[in-house]
Design a protein around this ligand. Structure first.
Ligand code: UDP
Length: 328
């Protein structure tokens, strides 16, 4: 029988794409999700185990039923701006939920754990291209909570031989090129889907958060990675663990950043439509520039991103945005 993998947040944007790639690789992805921000319509590649990371019994029940060989942990609150206004909820849900999950994993005798971390653990780094050895100095509660979970994994790894791979990435974009799943948040806060909705007339305009940053065009710079490339990296990380190759931390980026204005311009080109834009104030917690290399993931995991160019990501996201939102 095929090995099961427990995918927390498996009904969400990145988790559902990971489930698709896991299934293609011969695993059975079990989507563990409370459906607070995920969509049952996105659970297409294996069973849904509806539960909540704040409810330890529901995690134990999923382990007992499916006996997964590994966990992929995506479920989290992940909005930088909200985390600055409501840090308590971010610390409580992300850290306590992850602690429950990690303890349940160890108690069930499962020893393989892939964790979805973030370049937001780095904070502002003054223009350097981030790598795994860059010191982590988060400037928002979201990044701080994710760094705490990384430390938790190091401690549990040492105490219980919990093998773990940590991926740090930031701006995930695009959608399944087959059009089965894609990005949909309610409310939506991310740059590319918001912009596409503005282009479609579903919202009045995109507000650019800050035009006075110390960057060539005054707007923030981010490194965008295609969600399918990211999902592939997670499966490579899983195989690395199952082959007994040990723990690892990997940054996943393209090494090239794009400003908000550059993303807007590329969206105009891809969609061949004007982008309604208004200029606004900075958003609290935003780093000026976050760009990451991925040399270690390429070297040690054999990661080969194929879709992480801005035109491809926007084309895939545009197809999804027009055709297949789960709910109107
Ligand atoms: N951004 C923006 N307007 C929006 C949403 C985002 O100008 O309505 C900017 C944001 O300040 C950041 C970049 O776009 O510089 C990416 O933001 P997003 O929320 O997509 O991802 P994050 O970098 O916060 O993970």
């Amino acid at each position: 029988m095929a090995d099961h993998v427990l995918v927390t947040g498996g009904a969400g944007y990145i988790g559902s794409h990971a489930c698709k790639v896991l299934k293609a690789a011969g695993f059975v992805p079990v989507a563990f999700d409370n459906l607070s921000t995920g969509w049952s319509e996105a659970v297409r590649y294996g069973p849904l185990a509806q539960g909540d990371l704040m409810d330890r019994a529901s995690i134990d029940a999923a382990f007992a039923q499916y006996k997964p060989v590994a966990v992929m942990h995506f479920a989290a609150l992940s909005l930088v701006g909200v985390s600055m206004k409501d840090p308590g909820t971010y610390w409580r849900v992300n850290v306590n939920g992850s602690l429950n999950l990690i303890e349940a994993t160890v108690a069930a005798g499962c020893r393989n754990f892939v964790f979805s971390s973030t370049c937001a653990t780095y904070g502002d780094q003054d223009g350097v291209i981030l790598d795994e050895d860059t010191p982590q100095r988060p400037i928002n509660a979201y990044g701080a909570s994710k760094r705490a979970i990384e430390e938790m994994l190091a401690n549990f790894g040492a105490a219980y031989d919990l093998n773990h791979v940590i991926f740090r990435y930031f701006n995930v974009a695009g959608a399944d090129p087959d059009g089965e799943i894609g990005e949909q948040h309610e409310p939506e806060t991310h740059l590319i889907p918001l912009m596409l909705e503005a282009i479609e007339g579903k919202r009045p305009a995109l507000t650019v958060f800050g035009t006075d940053y110390d960057t060539p065009d005054g707007t923030c710079i981010r490194d965008y990675v295609h969600v399918m490339d990211l999902a592939e990296a997670h499966v490579l990380g899983l195989k690395h663990l199952l082959a007994g190759k040990g723990n690892g931390v990997y940054c996943l980026g393209t090494g090239k950043g794009f400003s908000v204005r550059e993303v807007i311009e590329q969206s105009r080109v891809v969609t061949n439509r004007e982008v309604p834009v208004v200029m606004g104030d900075r958003r609290a917690g935003d780093a000026v520039a976050l760009v990451s290399g991925s040399a270690r993931a390429v070297r040690e995991l054999g990661w080969q991103p194929t879709r992480s160019t801005l035109p491809t990501m926007i084309t895939d996201a545009w197809r999804w945005s027009q055709a297949h939102p789960f709910k109107e």
